[in-house]
Write a protein that binds this ligand. Structure first.
Ligand code: ARG
Length: 457
């Protein structure tokens, strides 16, 4: 098989080098983008009068046929042809002769590969955003269904304050909304056309790059031809967006793993989403959540890997940049699968309200008892100490807050009156937090409405 660049070479490439330098085994994923780009390049070359109408028509037809063969899996990619770009060009030449070689006029693989990647990422980011949206809908559904369930909110994984469970689900919904914004931001930067930059210095044919950008649906151009071919920041941005989704998914996975333990028993995962043990017959493991947590490692790794490739790389294109693809593909595949997995968990899990609801008089209401005293004129620090003493007393006596009557409360502060006893009810306490974004039922109802409006539900 002839190599497009073999003219200046007097020796056949050593087999090891072919294998070591090839990228077609993974950049074949850019094949359809490569065709799409070539179709636009044909039009640009026609406008620049580099191609005649007849030549352009022949190229277009052949490219479309190759595209069909690719889609049907009838296209044999060869490692000795290095990458997907040279494979397609070689096939084009095989089919239509010399004219196939004209397609590469005013184009280098350096601007070609960056263009393919950007086209690919734009499509994939839209997919990621769609997956995130599906997951957020599930979180909103859970928020609506769990309004009446009061649960402990934890800080330091110690019971902190009572909240309505909806509040928890809305928290993750907002995290995953911020993830969408990161993807949108990445998309804006990806949405610029490098084609027409050539290998590094621009091209000496009168290409209308603005026309090409419009043809390919790019918002703008990457202006500087050196930057256009040397830069991979658009991949970093994408990998960062993926890594952040991973962080959030991993936190939620950790919560749900804990919550599904016998010790917590807050949620139950359906059998269809769990796996068993080859030795312990009783086991039902939340492997799906553990893998979501675990795969976050790859998402970070891919980001760091590309950072490391780029660091210290001299301007402009260097072959090192070929190492951008596997992390990119892996992160996009991984993040989509993890979001999908989490969405299934959210759809399938059942919430065990009876296990979650705190008892009347749970010490989580202590902040509110202190605030009660503040409302009666005590400085907060003093109120904090007074209630702290009360809790210490209960611990030493092995008692709970609900064992106390007004007389007992008054032993600690004469400011306590009958209405303080209401604060022993976690639900009542939760509903006192009416500030914007707080856990009171009326506020949560409002937040659910806002969320639904934002999601177009
Ligand atoms: N396969 C190469 C890559 O992924 C394409 C660009 C190669 N350019 C070159 N001059 N060798 O980066």
């Amino acid at each position: 098989m002839q190599k497009p660049w073999e003219g200046r070479f007097r020796e056949k490439t050593q087999e090891f080098v072919e294998k070591f330098t090839q990228s077609v085994s993974f950049d074949k994923r850019l094949a359809l983008e490569d065709i799409e780009q070539s179709l636009a390049h044909v039009k640009t070359l026609l406008r620049a009068k580099v191609l005649s109408q007849e030549e352009a028509d022949t190229l277009k037809k052949a490219l479309e046929e190759i595209k069909q063969d690719l889609q049907r899996g009838n296209f044999q990619l060869r490692e000795e042809l290095e990458d997907v770009h040279m494979n397609i060009e070689a096939e084009l030449t095989r089919r239509i002769g010399e004219l196939g070689g004209k397609l590469h006029t005013a184009r280098s693989r350096n601007d070609q590969v960056a263009t393919d990647e950007r086209l690919y990422i734009k499509r994939e980011i839209k997919e990621c955003i769609r997956h995130l949206k599906d997951m957020r809908r599930e979180l909103i559904r859970l928020a609506e269904n769990s309004l009446e369930i009061v649960v402990p909110a934890y800080t330091h994984l110690q019971r902190a304050q009572p909240i309505r469970l909806s509040h928890y689900f809305l928290a993750y919904r907002e995290m995953f909304l911020s993830d969408e914004l990161r993807f949108v931001d990445a998309y804006r930067k990806v949405d610029a056309l490098p084609l027409g930059s050539g290998a590094v210095a621009g091209v000496d044919f009168p290409l209308d790059r603005f026309f090409t950008a419009e043809e390919l649906g790019f918002r703008t151009l990457v202006r500087n031809s050196i930057y256009a071919t040397a830069d991979r920041d658009y991949i970093l941005d994408t990998l960062y967006a993926c890594a952040t989704v991973g962080t959030h998914l991993s936190r939620m996975a950790e919560d749900l793993i804990l919550w599904s333990t016998e010790e917590f028993g807050f949620v139950e995962l359906p059998d269809r989403l769990c796996t068993g043990s080859s030795i312990m017959p009783q086991k039902k493991n939340p492997d799906i959540l553990e893998l979501i947590r675990g795969k976050t490692g790859r998402l970070y790794g891919n980001l760091i890997s590309l950072f490391t490739v780029l660091k210290g790389l001299p301007m402009a294109y260097n072959r090192d940049l070929q190492e951008d693809k596997e992390p990119l593909f892996d992160s996009l595949d991984t993040v989509k699968a993890c979001i999908k997995g989490m969405t299934l968990v959210l759809e399938g899990m059942s919430v065990r309200a009876e296990r979650m609801m705190p008892q009347l008089g749970d010490p989580m209401v202590a902040t509110d008892l202190a605030n009660y005293l503040v409302n009666k004129g005590l400085p907060f620090r003093e109120a904090h100490r007074t209630v702290g003493n009360l809790i210490a007393y209960l611990i030493s006596e092995g008692k709970s807050l609900k064992d106390l009557n007004l007389k007992d409360l008054k032993e600690f502060s004469s400011l306590f009156e009958e209405d303080a006893l209401k604060l022993l009810d976690p639900k009542w306490v939760a509903d006192r937090r009416k500030t914007y974004g707080g856990t009171a039922k009326e506020e949560l109802l409002r937040q659910i409405e806002i969320a639904k409006r934002e999601e177009g539900i």
